[in-house]
Write a protein that binds this ligand. Structure first.
Ligand code: PLP
Length: 444
């Protein structure tokens, strides 16, 4: 099947009548706790377009939350998945093995930062990868404590929810939380209470102080950080922060875990966001864009750490499913063959200067930030840094009505994030940005 026409087409109000009908059924059948950004039902998707059941062609600036970097139906992925499904769908790698699992591990050992000896274990979801990275760090160090950052997001399971900073909607009512999780300030220059120039150094000082005086370094198994915080609002730490975290961790025998579940595989204009600063984490968690839309996640890291857990300590029925592995191999090959890492940088060059022109003291856009094809606008009340979630919501709603899917995120719910598929065409990107600019002007 060919890709949908790569053009925005708005045939009906969005959501259209068919989506609205399905939505009624959804409301009757599904748990209320399952949210959705835009209540439209999708029939086909590919490249930078989502085609809904009413025939609208919606520009995809979300990629299913940073998953479909190669598009939602890249021919190489479709071919690889089809071929694998015809051979077999599942054996459980813990029962009998298959080479796709080993090949994905080898690719991750090759691609992730650092040229030390690495090993990989595959899982299914991002949260599961983070859980297992913590298990490995605890197993290797014999220590209990885990340090995470303000504004961090690591998933919805008990441990990863406990590691996540934001209360509503992720944690409210779901306690008691997992013990031995400690949170320290993130280096967030736009909201740093002191001089933003000092943000990295002061945040590192707080990390050191908290670990050395309140927890005790010898009790800390891991520091877990997203190199660019995703759900928290696309927060890019100033240069030096990540390296400082890495050095502090190394000094005290603490495992430094980079959660690259949202930032990985070219999204930020480098294969991994840690590469921008040549930071080499001890363990790295990946998922999302790894398998072109199929569920697959991984922990990759120093061989001596990965091997600290005895046989049987890691795994899961579906961990490293063969169909997902086939998708991942095709996805990784596509990212490399089509040089999508460079494409992410081009997307930044095309989009960021336009977005930056929207920032001023009188504007509702307080800051534009991000790297590569992971860009965001933080909305504020003009002339202040007071968060304006209602403006972010209004801008997103206007974009949705015009057939451009954008997502809202951030601790204060006031950030619009742009995560287009890396294969999006220039014309489509230009059209989406024009719609977004217009929607913002209407709020100014
Ligand atoms: N870690 C980060 C940085 C994420 O962005 C996410 C999901 O958004 C997760 C972990 C959890 O991944 P999953 O939803 O696949 O469990």
């Amino acid at each position: 099947m060919s890709q949908p026409e790569q053009r925005r087409i708005v045939n009906t109000p969005i959501p259209g009548p068919r989506s609205r009908k399905l939505q009624k059924q959804r409301t009757a059948e599904l748990a209320t706790g399952l949210g959705m950004a835009l209540p439209v039902f999708i029939e086909r998707a590919g490249g930078g377009i989502l085609v809904d059941v009413d025939g609208n062609h919606i520009i995809d600036m979300a990629s299913g939350i940073a998953v479909t970097s190669v598009g939602a139906s890249h021919p190489a992925v479709v071919h690889s998945v089809t071929e694998q499904v015809q051979r077999f769908t599942h054996t459980c790698f813990l029962v009998t093995e298959y080479d796709g699992f080993v090949d994905v591990a080898a690719a991750l050992n090759r691609l992730t930062p650092g040229d030390h000896e690495k090993k990989t274990a595959l899982f299914t979801t991002g949260a599961e990868a983070v859980e297992n990275a913590v298990k490995i760090a605890r197993g290797a160090t014999g220590r209990p404590a885990v340090i995470t950052l303000d504004h961090g997001y690591h998933g919805r399971t008990l441990l990863t929810m406990s590691m996540t900073a934001k209360n509503v909607p992720y944690k409210q009512g779901f306690g008691p939380f997992a013990p031995e999780i400690y949170r320290v300030p993130a280096a967030y220059p736009f909201r740093w209470p002191g001089d933003p120039q000092e943000c990295a150094q002061q945040a590192l000082h707080r990390l050191r102080e908290c670990v050395l005086t309140q927890i005790g370094a010898s009790n800390v198994a891991a520091i877990v950080a997203e190199p660019i915080q995703g759900e928290g609002g696309f927060i890019v730490p100033p240069p030096g922060f990540l390296r400082g975290v890495q050095e502090f961790a190394n000094e005290h025998g603490i495992v430094f875990i980079a959660d690259e579940i949202q930032t990985g595989f070219g999204r930020t204009g480098a294969m991994f966001a840690c590469d921008h600063e040549e930071v080499v984490p001890d363990l790295i968690t990946t998922a999302k864009a790894l398998a072109g839309g199929m569920p697959l996640s991984a922990v990759t890291g120093r061989a001596e750490l990965m091997d600290a857990v005895p046989p049987g300590g890691l795994g899961g029925t579906y961990a490293g499913n063969p169909v997902a592995c086939a998708a991942a191999l095709a996805t990784i090959e596509t990212i490399e063959r089509e040089d999508l890492v460079r494409r992410a940088r081009t997307i930044e060059d095309l989009a960021k200067p336009r977005l930056e022109r929207l920032v001023s003291r009188q504007s509702v856009v307080g800051e534009v930030r991000g790297r590569g094809a992971m860009l965001a606008l933080e909305f504020v009340h003009p002339g202040s840094t007071a968060p304006a979630p209602e403006i972010a919501q209004a801008v997103a709603a206007r974009c949705h009505a015009e057939g451009v899917l954008v997502l809202v995120c951030g601790t204060f719910g006031n950030v619009i994030r742009l995560l287009p598929p890396l294969v999006i065409g220039d014309d489509l990107l230009d059209d989406a940005l024009t719609v977004l600019e217009q929607a913002i002007r209407e709020q100014s």
